[in-house]
Design a protein around this ligand. Structure first.
Ligand SMILES: Nc1ncnc2c1ncn2[C@@H]1O[C@H](COP(=O)(O)OP(=O)(O)OP(=O)(O)O)[C@@H](O)[C@H]1O
Length: 868
């Protein structure tokens, strides 16, 4: 059948459907038909699967046969989130006119396109998480990025290299990412396929387009005021976001009141491995407790979201950090004030999302009441903050906006017990509109009016069981039991005969009915009009309410810090203008919460600086607690720079600007590269970015290869960090006790070990970090403890003894002395060694990265071993 013929066969409804669907080919189209949302074809198959609803066929057996799945329109709130959470883009196609008013097919159109990144329904959102839409623009020099949470109005941008953008993507975890069509592969190659991507046409990513749409939206002449005018690629990404909003019919976006620059240099740099490895707010293991789980004591959704941001972006400015400490100190010593704040914050709902709903015209009458109650709670909060003796709190108190007129207007305009849905009535308070009050009188007086008729007619006719009632078919009627039928006056018109009764209508009832039904329709119309205008009026308060939301979020984070410090005995770190890191009795905030009551966490001291103890080489058996010490050091630094107290008895530190973490043989194999290669890549990026204020954690680096390769590489890396002009403070956990020899040659490397007590054929973990190296790595003991069969353990012990005996004579330090190596290679007149010599002579040291050097070394080692 030709397409034309097929079209002819299609019903007008399906023709209309197909026309609309053609405009949204990649979305699941929910097509409103009467009281149902229907889906057809492929969409129906997907929808039925995701929602678990029945899949049927329309026009079965005919040429226009298609799958069909639908649900009642009032269940949209239940089903829509499920579709969006399943990663679908959902186009909602509504009836644009009242079916009663048209004789032909009802006009329909898409009123909203809901995608994972632009959802504002409570059912899709998580209260303590932002829901970001991101856009990326690959420029010549930089990659631009923008994030928008349309449910809160936060709009942020930045630009930088791939590593930086990767880190931001990890931190902000966007639900949807917009990418230029032409850069699809580029994106997948750099950032992986874990994101929900949507591709936009290349022309959207243009300078002029972005500038124009942004300045139009913000009604400004330039973007200077936002401090982003230099961010060319960032701006283009912001433009793509605005384009997408209009494409998805999100046109009411007044709550997007500014763009913030994510200032890369204001925050501690943590790469994605660090974020992942320290399990800050996510973990590969779903059941793992994250740092956020432990430290989050926030009481409001805004506070919860801000805490995540503070955790992702720790500060470097000592004054700003100290300000947060000061508030926590103040709260700690004024617990009554703290409790007062906590009580008030609990009364405040999600102001940020409520005001966004107002801006998008989606706020429900009930939510207006909640908005007012939340704003009421700001008043005592403001007073308490102003009365406090802490400067930062006073500033917050000063800036909290009382929103007096707004609160007053909501109280007088919206009924205190307003319903969730506008069409349920009783939304607008009495006394706002005369006509409304009058109509309500009519409709409310209805019951007594009907009762009066019932009484009167019963008396006149002598029919004792007479009843006035209503049904949808013929409206108000009088019902008379058969026994009284003969008493019915002639003027009554019989409408229905039942088994035991007859139903009649009267002129009077008909008139009354017209008045009442007219009144209710008119009431709905007046309420809707007033509501619409009221939302418009309230929109002048978007900014003050957003500011209040932000200030409450800050107060909430600070009370959360205090509560955490009180409950867990955290202390205030002393920030100093130096390069020292001195932790006394530090604990791991997460592990200490997980131990059983009878196993106390063993606190440890760590000291690092740039003069005497730059690198600590930590050896110790498996499971002794090496990783715990590394991670707790980073976590303490991180918490401190978030402005939070820390799990230790005291901490003294200069500000850290970058935290790097590498764990040997990490689980990146899935990306297709060999584990070892990945490990080397990761390490290379550290070595290329070291600063005097960096904190580097290297956990078992080198273990992804054979022992001797591993030792050589670990050695070379430690040496590189030691010799680097930027003296990065480093904790190096290793199984290779051979590395204990390094301190003889490099004076800022110090050996430590996590102590254990050797029992007869077992080890007892003491978990104390003590100076000095350890002689062996006890792996076999641990294997035994893990329940390995005895035969295996005994065999392993024998092999170990043999190996130890055979290597006793080789001092590692000796073996790795460069001079010796050179002599042994170049004195020999051997083709392979000559080849090696040529390789080395041809190397351009100036352009070689440290890891390339390591790889080269590895190659050379392989050549030498071939020769053996
Ligand atoms: N200071 C401590 N106090 C109490 N328990 C601790 C302490 N440090 C570590 N532990 C416990 O010991 C376990 C092992 O610690 P960790 O992973 O740090 O050991 P490791 O030496 O790095 O081991 P491996 O070399 O096998 O990676 C932790 O999961 C924790 O339960």
């Amino acid at each position: 059948m030709s397409t034309k013929e097929k079209e002819k066969k299609e019903t007008p409804l399906m023709q209309q459907y197909n026309q609309i669907k053609a405009k949204y080919p990649d979305a699941c189209l929910l097509f409103r038909v009467g009281d149902f949302y229907e889906t057809f074809g492929e969409d129906a198959v997907r929808t039925a699967k995701v929602l678990g609803i029945t899949l049927t066929k329309r026009g079965a057996g005919s040429s226009s046969e298609t799958e069909l799945a639908g649900f009642p329109h009032h269940s949209l709130n239940v089903y829509l989130p499920k579709l969006v959470k399943a990663g679908l883009r959902v186009a909602i196609c509504d009836q644009l006119e009242d079916p009663k008013t048209t004789k032909t097919i009802v006009k329909r159109g898409v009123t909203e396109l809901v995608t994972p990144g632009v959802a504002i329904n409570d059912e899709v959102l998580q209260s303590k998480s932002n829901n970001f839409l991101a856009a990326l623009h690959f420029g010549k020099k930089n990659i631009g990025i923008a994030f928008l949470d349309v449910s809160t109005g936060e709009f942020l941008t930045s630009q930088g290299n791939e590593e930086y953008i990767d880190k931001l993507l990890q931190n902000f975890k966007p639900s949807e990412v917009l990418v230029q069509k032409g850069n699809k592969n580029h994106f997948l190659h750099n950032f992986g396929s874990d994101f929900n991507l949507f591709y936009l046409e290349d022309w959207v990513f243009k300078d002029d387009y972005a500038n124009e749409s942004l300045t139009n939206h913000f009604k400004t002449n330039s973007l200077k005021g936002f401090g982003i005018d230099e961010l060319q690629e960032g701006i283009i990404s912001c433009g793509a976001i605005l384009y997408y909003l209009s494409e998805t019919q999100h046109n009411k976006i007044q709550h997007i009141t500014n763009i913030q620059r994510i200032a890369e240099d204001a925050y501690v740099w943590m790469d994605r491995f660090t974020i992942r490895n320290l399990e800050l707010y996510g973990s590969a293991n779903e059941n793992a407790t994250t740092l956020l789980d432990v430290i989050d004591k926030t009481l409001s959704p805004m506070g919860g979201r801000l805490l995540k941001r503070w955790l992702a972006l720790p500060l470097k400015d000592i004054d700003a950090i100290n300000k947060r400490f000061d508030v926590v100190d103040y709260f700690k010593s004024n617990t009554e004030v703290l409790q007062n704040f906590q009580y008030q914050i609990k009364q405040i709902s999600d102001l940020e999302r409520l005001i966004s709903k107002l801006a998008t015209g989606k706020i429900s009458p009930r939510e207006f009441v909640i908005l007012k109650e939340s704003l009421d709670a700001i008043i005592p909060l403001k007073e308490t903050a102003l009365k406090s003796k802490n400067d930062a709190l006073k500033v917050i108190g000063d800036n909290l906006h009382a929103c007096e007129l707004l609160r007053e207007k909501i109280a007088t305009t919206i009924s205190a017990d307003a319903p969730v849905a506008l069409n349920k009535g009783n939304v607008i308070a009495n006394g706002i509109n005369e006509e409304l009050d009058e109509l309500r009188n009519i409709s409310h007086s209805g019951k007594s009016f009907l009762e009066a008729i019932e009484k009167r007619e019963s008396e006149i006719t002598g029919i004792t069981s007479l009843k006035v009632a209503f049904n949808n078919v013929f409206g108000y009627y009088i019902e008379v039991r058969n026994t009284h039928k003969h008493k019915v006056p002639e003027t009554w018109i019989r409408k229905q005969t039942l088994v035991n009764a007859e139903r009649y209508i009267t002129e009077e009832l008909k008139e009354y009915e017209a008045k009442i039904l007219g009144a209710e329709e008119r009431i709905s119309k007046i309420e809707a009009d007033i509501y619409e205008k009221f939302m418009m009026w309230c929109s002048q308060y978007i900014q003050p309410v957003q500011m209040n939301a932000n200030l409450v979020a800050q107060l909430d984070c600070l009370q959360s810090y205090t509560q955490l410090a009180i409950e867990n005995n955290y202390v205030r770190p002393a920030l100093e203008d130096n390069h020292v890191l001195e932790i006394k009795n530090g604990r791991h905030p997460v592990i200490e919460k997980q131990l059983s009551v009878d196993t106390p966490y063993i606190a440890n001291d760590v000291y690092l600086d740039t003069d005497s103890q730059q690198i600590i080489m930590i050896t110790g058996p498996n499971m002794s607690g090496k990783s715990a010490i590394l991670r707790q050091t980073a976590l303490i630094v991180l918490l401190a720079q978030m402005g939070c107290f820390v799990p230790a008895s005291s901490v003294r530190m200069g500000v850290v600007d970058k935290i790097f973490t590498r764990v040997g043989a990490s689980d990146n194999i899935s990306m297709g590269e060999s584990t070892f290669m990945v490990e080397m890549n990761e390490t290379a990026s550290i070595l290329n970015n070291l600063t005097n204020r960096s904190l580097v954690l290297l956990d078992e680096i080198g273990r992804g290869t054979s022992t001797y390769d591993g030792i050589s590489i670990a050695w070379a890396i430690a040496e590189y960090i030691h010799e680097h002009p930027q003296k990065a403070k480093t904790l190096f956990a290793t199984h290779y006790h051979e590395l204990n020899d390094m301190h003889e040659q490099f004076n800022r490397i110090k050996n430590f070990n996590v102590s254990v007590k050797e029992l007869k054929d077992n080890v007892l973990f003491l978990r104390k970090l003590v100076p000095g190296g350890s002689a062996h790595s006890f792996g076999i003991h641990v294997a035994k403890m893990a329940g390995m069969p005895n035969l295996v353990v005994q065999k392993a012990q024998k092999i170990l003894k043999k190996l130890e005996a055979s290597h006793k004579t080789e001092g590692t330090a000796e073996a790795l002395k460069q001079d010796d190596l050179q002599l042994s290679i170049f004195k020999l007149d051997d083709p392979i060694l000559e080849e090696i010599r040529d390789e080395i002579t041809n190397l351009d040291i100036n352009t070689l990265t440290p890891v390339e050097a390591l790889m080269k070394l590895n190659e050379i080692k392989k050549m030498v071993s071939k020769k053996k």
